[in-house]
Design a protein around this ligand. Structure first.
Ligand code: SF4
Ligand code: SF4
Length: 429
């Protein structure tokens, strides 16, 4: 395995060990190989030709949440996330990726039609085969232990996604475009609906991006760059044709793709270079849009709105950590909920999702996530709000497993409740 540029990037690591003190995974692994320094060492030995066991190197690189805490604290500004993503891509080329990933990333996620078909089939099957578990974050289903092990819960799959529920002529064009993302369209359509209802009162025409491929982040972080590019290119082309002034993202991870990763990947000379810049410039997170567009000024006096408990906010690694958009959702929550919003214990703890990490090592992912939810609960939080699809997916599972009275909601659901009242927060009933 050879890559001079990657070797140079890894060479910036001074092996100081600061990353170990902040690593989200280290307290659970208690091994040097879990942290950035250990992984850099493993990679350097593979790149130097000293370690020829590439499947083992691939596993070492996969054993990371990509939460970015190490990179943010690194005194040498080692670009750890980029190093791991490049290493995963290189190893995928040399030793391949697991079959389930190549089917999911290559055949399902680039296709809106395939995602819809799978959701429908899953919705029918789960009602027949799985055990129903009602929780305050909505109905969950428990997989048999032999299937996914350790009591994994899965949200009730809706028979209709959010975009399917829109009328054919509704929200088809407008200079504000809402990119709902696959999770908030297919798994949690109530979040997609809340984002749409609150964005559309901004006073400008609002469209909902239809026929979207996955943003490509799961494929990219797993090293399947080919599939990631299929998704990214399809989205960029459609967005450029629609030419919106603003693209609003309720999910911080999708935003990370369009705002940071895509412009880095579609370099000058690429046929979609201009399109990537066009889209990145116009991409904005949900809360910032509510603040900038004036929607947040339309909230009624929060003293007149009731919420069923203390609301906290979870800092997602991508939105707060990487994109530095932690203040904006809090400002929206203060306007929407007033004193019902309180800073949450452990707000910046990683939820343990980590994309494919959650599938690769669910027991560890669950331990990290359960800790997150229980720290918040012990501090008095009754409703955890967030603005990232992976974190909401993970924390709803964790709450359903260990703290069924805890509600996990998107900021948009609380904003909708403040603006229009009526609807319960915390998932479908
Ligand atoms: S903090 Fe940065 S320089 Fe220090 S060991 Fe970790 S990656 Fe290397
Ligand atoms: S990205 Fe997170 S889990 Fe991975 S090594 Fe860095 S701190 Fe640890």
């Amino acid at each position: 395995m050879k890559d001079e540029e990657l070797l140079e990037m890894a060479g910036l690591c001074a092996k100081c060990g600061t990353c170990r003190t902040v690593c989200s995974l280290y307290p659970y692994r208690k091994t040097e190989n879990a942290v950035a320094r250990g992984k850099v060492r493993i990679l350097e030995s593979a790149l130097a030709g000293e370690n020829l066991d590439l499947p083992a190197v691939r596993e070492a690189m996969a054993d990371c949440l990509l939460c970015g805490r190490c990179e943010r604290e690194c005194p040498n500004q080692v670009l750890y996330e980029e190093i791991v993503m490049r290493a995963r891509a290189k190893l995928a080329d040399e030793v391949g990726i697991p079959a389930w990933k190549s089917i999911l990333f290559g055949n399902v996620m680039p296709s809106d039609a395939a995602m819809r078909a799978i959701r429908r089939a899953g919705a029918a099957a789960q009602r027949i085969f799985l055990k129903k578990i009602p929780t305050d974050s909505g109905l969950h289903y428990r997989f048999p232990l032999k299937f996914f092990g350790d009591g994994r819960m899965f949200p009730e799959l809706p028979s209709k996604g959010f975009i399917e529920s829109l009328g054919k002529s509704e929200a088809v064009s407008g200079d504000v475009m809402l990119f709902v993302g696959c999770v908030f369209d297919h798994l949690f359509p109530e979040v997609g609906g809340a984002a749409y209802e609150t964005v559309k009162i901004c006073g400008r025409p609002v469209s909902v991006f239809r026929g979207a491929a996955c943003c490509g982040l799961p494929a990219l972080t797993s090293g399947d760059r080919k599939s990631a590019f299929v998704s990214m290119e399809a989205n960029l082309r459609s967005m450029r044709v629609a030419a919106p002034e603003t693209i609003v993202f309720p999910c911080g991870s999708c935003l990370l793709m369009f705002k940071r990763n895509i412009p880095e990947l579609f370099k000058e000379g690429h046929p979609l270079y201009e399109d990537a810049l066009f889209v990145a410039k116009r991409s904005i997170d949900y809360a910032s849009f509510l603040l900038d567009s004036g929607v947040a000024r339309k909230f009624p006096d929060p003293a007149t709105v009731s919420f069923p408990g203390v609301i906290g906010y979870h800092d997602s690694c991508h939105l707060t950590g990487t994109l530095k958009r932690g203040d904006e959702p809090r400002k929206v929550l203060v306007r929407a909920a007033g004193s019902a919003f309180k800073e949450m214990e452990g707000a910046d703890l990683c939820c343990g999702y980590g994309g494919a990490f959650n599938v690769r090592d669910y027991p560890t992912s669950a331990r990290i996530g359960e800790n997150k939810v229980s720290v918040a609960a012990k501090g008095g939080t009754k409703i955890i709000s967030a603005a990232c699809s992976g974190c909401i997916f993970q924390m709803r599972d964790m709450a359903a497993r260990t703290n069924p009275s805890m509600r996990i909601v998107h900021v948009a659901e609380l904003a909708r409740h403040a603006l229009f009242g009526g609807k319960e927060q915390g998932g479908r009933r």
